[in-house]
Write a protein that binds this ligand. Structure first.
Ligand code: C2O
Length: 547
């Protein structure tokens, strides 16, 4: 293994898209940002220099950061932001990791334009657990706003209402031919008939879950969230923000042009969003005349049944190969039950300079176990490491106060017991504990699919289902559960995960729809040190940004 050095200059750049030139925050003036290439077990050093007037931090999404919590990146959780003119060197290894992940800004909503791929190849001399493709392509999915993203965030915070939908869904920086002024703003992959390709697909979108498919081509899924899966064929993927999939695709159709399509999955009612498909093109080389592209058929915007059927097919590659040794904790030391969902705060009881444009004249909030997370003034990790008092408490509840019927008709929660508390609380885990978390989507202002992402670990996803979790009837997979970092907790449903808390530090867990994180759908685990050196978080790096 080697050390690879990257230089990230965070700077504004002018981008012309959808008939308008805007100034956006980028890394190295690229949108999407630069790709980091490495091999399993390689070390990377990324020097991030902030040339913008804004605060910045970068997160390496899906990198397990074993004993390197200081470099994880979420602002106010593991570090203070890198301020204007400052820099910070992120240093970590891709220990026992290979596959497709990504990096992104982890402060305010800057992830919208500040993101890029992490491509980790197997170790030298180790092959993929499938026939090698002739070529690989990375497709980064995103959402594009014509409005300044930080203005938009401010407006959402001040109004108490929901965010407007984006102006286009984006494939590798391109909205595709059906949008205004975008006839030539199209991402194209050239393929040769009969050959096999690997597509590495990353959903970096800010607030939208997406279907992806290629007209008349079957995809074979071989990896999810940077871990190999049992191969299965599908005509579409559903990727939540934060999820990545690798698929094989064979150019086995008549010579022609085929659209690759990106469309929204939005099961919640009364949420404003852009209901429009964006296209890229799979282009067979040697076609002669200009051909009309074939269009794929994707599930309907609210087709939760198809989403569940797709999710159920994702299984660990185990036991077929040595690539995915599996270690599902069978005995658990800590059992947690977390309700996740949206709430409404009554407006008079909160911030006076907000207008009350949320549901029923309130302010949107979101919570885990009815606690809406408020970020501290210093980083949680710093506060913990240096025993600074008063920044957080350690009493995050193991379960909600009341086990009401979570998903039936939404109670109007203004003034009743579903009004969330606001706080900065962490759940403390002893080193090495086997932890189970049951997530239950709640319905206080209508239910929505929440992509829950855990920092610092991958987890075994034992199962998901619709309705209330019921231990007597839930079917859990202990044999070959996928090893993921982001789970789409089904709308009005549940998910069960297990992981071993063997990485000391403070680890954020949150909904990967940025607006929900803003509203408080997040919490943090504090994993204590164990006894040996390999169980102890080292001291902070000298250049760690302070608040
Ligand atoms: Cu990809 Cu906390 O984020």
């Amino acid at each position: 293994s080697v050390t690879r050095y990257y230089d990230f200059k965070v700077q504004t750049a002018s981008i012309t898209k959808l008939c308008k030139t805007s100034t956006v925050v980028t890394v190295n003036r690229m949108y999407p940002g630069p790709t980091i290439y490495a091999r399993e077990d390689d070390r990377v050093v990324v020097k991030v220099t902030n040339l913008t007037p804004y605060n910045i931090s970068i997160h390496w999404h899906g990198v397990r950061q074993r004993l390197t919590c200081w470099f994880d990146g979420p602002a106010y959780i593991t570090q203070c932001p890198i301020q204007a003119g400052q820099s910070f060197k992120y240093r970590f290894t891709f220990l026992n990791q290979r596959g497709t992940l990504f990096w992104h800004a982890h402060i305010s909503w800057l992830r919208a334009t500040v993101h890029g791929p992490l491509i980790i190849y197997p170790k030298q001399g180790v092959s993929y657990p499938f026939e090698p493709p002739v070529e690989e392509h990375v497709i980064v999915l995103g959402e594009y706003w014509l409005r300044d993203i930080q203005d938009l965030e401010r407006q959402v915070k001040e109004s108490g209402g929901g965010p407007p939908g984006s102006d286009a869904y984006i494939l590798n920086g391109h909205p595709g031919p059906l949008h205004n002024c975008s006839r030539d703003d199209v991402y194209t992959i050239n393929v040769t008939q009969g050959k096999k390709y690997l597509l590495r697909i990353i959903n970096a979108a800010l607030n939208m879950e997406h279907f992806f498919g290629v007209a008349q081509h079957t995809m074979t899924v071989v990896e999810a969230d940077g871990e190999y899966t049992k191969p299965f064929d599908t005509s579409f993927l559903m990727l939540t923000p934060g999820q990545t999939y690798n698929v094989l695709i064979k150019a086995d159709q008549p010579i022609g042009k085929y659209y690759m399509a990106l469309s929204p999955y939005m099961p919640a009612k009364s949420v404003p969003f852009l209901n429009k498909t964006s296209y890229a093109i799979l282009d067979y080389v040697k076609h002669t005349k200009s051909m009309i592209p074939h269009e794929p058929i994707l599930p309907n915007v609210n087709d939760t049944e198809s989403v569940q059927a797709f999710a159920d097919q994702v299984k660990n590659l185990y036991p077929n190969q040595h690539w995915s040794p599996i270690d599902v904790p069978l005995k658990i030391d800590k059992s947690l039950f977390f309700t996740i969902g949206l709430n409404v705060l009554s407006c008079n009881s909160s911030d006076p300079d907000r207008s009350c444009q949320g549901p029923n004249g309130g302010i949107f909030a979101a919570s885990v176990n009815n606690i809406s997370f408020r970020r501290p003034m210093v980083s949680l990790l710093n506060a913990y490491y240096n025993n600074l008092e008063g920044y957080f408490s350690t009493n995050f509840p193991d379960k909600p106060e009341k086990m009401y019927d979570f998903v039936n008709e939404a109670p109007n929660n203004i003034g009743v017991d579903t009004q969330p508390a606001i706080g900065t609380q962490v759940s403390v885990l002893e080193y090495g504990w086997a932890v189970q978390v049951i997530f239950q989507d709640t319905g206080t202002v209508g239910t929505e699919n929440h992509p829950i992402h855990l920092h610092g670990f991958s987890f075994y996803l034992l199962g998901t289902g619709l309705g209330n979790f019921n231990s007597a009837t839930a079917i859990l997979n202990f044999y070959d559960p996928p090893y993921r970092n982001t789970v789409g907790v089904p709308v009005g449903g549940w998910a069960v995960i297990r992981f071993r808390a063997d990485n000391p530090g403070v680890w954020f867990m949150h909904c990967h729809l940025d607006v929900h994180t803003t509203w408080g759908l997040s919490m943090a685990f504090l994993v204590k040190n164990g006894k040996g050196k390999m169980q102890t978080l080292p001291s902070p790096p000298p250049d760690l940004p302070l608040c």
